[in-house]
Structures are given as C-alpha cells and as structure tokens.
Design a binder for this molecule. Structure first.
Ligand code: PMP
Length: 433
C-alpha cells in the first residue's frame, strides 16, 4: 500500500493483504509460455459441454422451469436442488438421511464450497480464535483464516493423515495454557487432500469425532470436513466420511463442491451443518448476495436428476486416473535418478506432492522457483504455502514449516503438457543438486 494513502482500510483488509493465491494467479498471466503444474484448474477437454447443454435444453424446454431459473432464488438455495443433494450425500455415504441425522434444512447451497468455508469462518471465528489444521493443508483456507484474524495451529501428519496423538497433545497444551476456549474448529480435507494427496484413515475418522466431542467440555469444537475431492477416486477403497461417524450431526460440518467433479464455472458448492449454524450462515449470506446464482443451481439440479452428472463423474474418473498414472510415470522417468526426491502416489484427487532434499527450498523467492518459472518455463505451488504455524504458541510440538515440497497437479495439462512440464521441472531441480 502506498505510504501517503489516505484510505483507511479495515483491519480485515490488512489481514488479507498479499495472499499467495493472487500472486500465483498473476504469475500464470504474466508469464505466458510457462507450463503450469500449479493451477488447481480441472481438465479443459473433459468439461461437460454436451451434458450441460442438455441440462439447459431440459430446463428451457418448459417455460415454467425456465422462468424459475431466471428469477431470484432463496438464500439457502433451491429446495429441489437441496433435496437432490440430500440423496446425493446419502448415496455417497451409503446411509439414509435419517441415519446421517440430515434433512434439507441442514443444507445450504453456496457459490462454490469456497464461499461456504468463508461464510462459516465469518460466523464462527472472532479475531484470536483458534482453528486446528493439518500440516500441510489447503492453503486458500489458511488465507480465509488469516483474513479473519484467526490463529492457526498446525497438527502433525503422517501417511494416514492428521495424527490423532498430536491432535490430543496439542489440545492438552492449549488447555494447560488456558486457551482451550479459543479453539472453535478442526479443519480436515479427508479425501486425497489438497496438497498432499493423502486420505485420512478410516480409524482416524471415527477417532477425530470422539476427540472433538470429548474436548467440547464447556464449548463446542466443530470439525469442518472439506470433501472437495471425494468423488475423484481412482483406486483403493472409498472410506466413509468423518460426517458419517457423527450420527447426531452436531459435531461435523461438511462441505462439498461440484467444481472438481462437474464444472467450476457453475460455481455450485454446498454445506451441511446443524440448524443453528445454518441460520447464522443464511443471515450472513443474505447480507452478501441473497443466495447463489439460481440459474447454475437449476442446471445442476437437472444434471443430477437426469443422471447426466453421474454419467460425467464416471467418465472423469477414467480421464483423471489415466492422467494421474501419466504424471507418476513421468515422475519415475525424470526424477527417480535425482537423489533425495520422493513423491506420494495419490488414490484420487488432482495432486502429486513431491519432496526434495532438505536443503532445496521451493518458495516464491527461492532460486529454484525463479529458475523454473523464468528459464525452464514451468510452475508449481511451493509447499511452504500449505503450512501455518502459530509462532505465539509457547510449545515446540508444532510441526515446523517445511520448505522443500512442491504441489504438482495433473488436472489442467494434457498428456504432452504433463510430460513436458515434468521434464522441465526435473531439469530445474537437477541444477540445484
Ligand atoms: N476445498 C478444497 C480442498 C479445494 O481444493 C477447493 C478448490 N481448489 C475448494 C475447497 C473450493 O472450490 P470451489 O469454491 O470451486 O468449490
């Protein structure tokens, strides 16, 4: 901000200053010719053009449904879409809505799940409140928390996701410091996490609900379960969500999106929460936008009702499984002879998490990032963006920010792009070995 500015921005503005997502988006624009293995975009060629057109045609073949789509909707979202979402979640979890303790009144449709994450943060978190997250985790949500002035406490992870012993010991330390009452939620991306590709094991899904419930002594600690990648599963078993271990529906708030499994351009996501929380979100959302785009909601409802959506997801899994395999093969070809480099083989989602030797930093200002983007013309997401460690906390248990990882995605590039991108990246990395 210029020093002589007379504009008196809010504190919230200052807290959201210089967020990495804006920088990353900008890099893509400013550096044409750069192959991006960074952008979390979905595969351009498999976007559901024909199926969306069919949904539109269906909707607009009847003047009554066409007019409804062109009218304002309700703040919580279209009732017919919310009913379809209830069945959608029940089918995914293989449990009835009754067993899950869910009704349409628990569901709010939002403009992507990003809006749900943001609205929930707004209604639950005051500045100084604490959210517990995995290290690493979805960096854009870290930006949301930062923008609200919330404090972020990281919990160690291993190949099965967030470690429950670390979660309990952190809660214990926070209690001994008199800070437990500040802890309001635990955020988890349970399936094929962005960025690590790791899924939380089934045992831990049950355990985290028990932990949140047993530590909600005086005040409630919610679990916010982000299921953005749940339907992009390629192999290995699909395990029940954390939400399905919470039959009362009072502990886990779930959010899911159609951006990855259908189209991000429609901007439709949703969340399921206890009714009191829904009322708070609706009040805030009413102030913000009166409700998400009705047209997109009706198109998606048609795609779900007519099974176009499910047809597409089946196809998408094939497309991404192949692209995932392609990226892993390219990693074998170009990186297996570089000492100290390893990577996760994800069973779903869009990301491959790569670890370099400890002495090679990957951040925006690092020589590697600069060389990769300017000389080798390839871009990745620096892993350090996905770590946040509360420096004010007086204990050394928090996992340190790790600076030697890269998040790579096979989502946006085609086979040639993946191959060429991995080749360029390996060249850049090799020059620092
Ligand atoms: N959660 C996670 C883990 C994500 O990766 C994303 C998108 N990158 C979102 C939520 C939000 O996506 P959208 O707003 O498009 O639904």
């Amino acid at each position: 901000m210029p020093m002589n500015s007379k504009i008196r921005f809010s504190k919230k503005r200052a807290w959201s200053h210089d967020l990495p997502i804006s920088f990353l988006m900008q890099q893509g624009v400013e550096n044409p010719g750069v192959l991006s293995l960074a952008a979390g975009l979905v595969d351009q060629n498999s976007l559901p053009v024909e199926l969306t057109k069919k949904s539109f045609d269906h909707l607009f073949s009847n003047p009554k449904t066409a007019r409804a789509a062109l009218q304002y909707g309700t703040t919580a979202g279209s009732l017919s879409l919310r009913s379809l979402l209830l069945s959608h979640v029940s089918n995914l979890e293989e449990k009835s809505a009754r067993e899950l303790g869910m009704t349409v009144d628990n569901i709010i449709v939002t403009t992507g799940s990003q809006q749900y994450l943001s609205l929930l943060g707004e209604v639950l978190l005051d500045p100084g409140d604490i959210c517990l997250v995995a290290a690493p985790t979805y960096f854009v949500f870290l930006g949301v928390l930062q923008g609200l002035g919330a404090r972020i406490v990281s919990i160690e992870t291993d190949e099965f996701g967030m470690r429950m012993d670390s979660l309990e010991s952190t809660l214990g330390i926070l209690e001994s410091q008199g800070q437990l009452e500040k802890v309001k939620m635990i955020y988890l991306v349970s399936d094929y996490e962005n960025p690590s590709g790791i899924s939380l094991s089934q045992d831990r899904r049950g355990q985290v609900v028990e932990i949140a419930q047993s530590w909600s002594k005086q005040q409630k600690i919610f679990i916010l379960e982000d299921l953005a990648y749940r339907e992009l599963c390629y192999d290995g078993p699909v395990v029940p969500s954390i939400r399905s271990f919470d039959s009362t529906g009072e502990t886990v708030i779930l959010t899911q999106t159609f951006s990855k499994s259908f189209s991000p351009g429609l901007r439709v996501g949703f969340g399921v929460a206890p009714k009191e929380v829904c009322a708070a979100i609706c009040d805030k959302k009413g102030n913000d936008d009166f409700g998400s785009t009705n047209m997109s909601q009706q198109v998606l409802a048609t795609a779900l009702r007519e099974n176009f959506y499910y047809e597409h997801v089946k196809h998408l899994r094939e497309v991404y499984r192949e692209k995932r395999n392609y990226m892993l093969e390219a990693a074998d070809t170009y990186f297996s002879n570089i000492p100290g480099v390893r990577w996760v083989h994800p069973n779903g989602g869009l990301y491959v998490w790569m670890t370099l030797p400890n002495n090679i930093e990957t951040g925006f200002a690092s020589p590697l990032f600069q060389k990769a983007i300017h000389e080798d013309k390839v871009m990745y997401v620096p892993g350090e963006l996905c770590y946040a460690t509360d420096q004010k906390l007086d204990f050394d248990k928090q996992p340190p920010i790790q600076k030697n990882h890269m998040r790579l995605t096979f989502g946006v590039q085609n086979h040639e792009g993946i191959q060429e991108g991995m080749k360029r990246l390996a060249k850049a990395v090799k020059s620092f070995i």
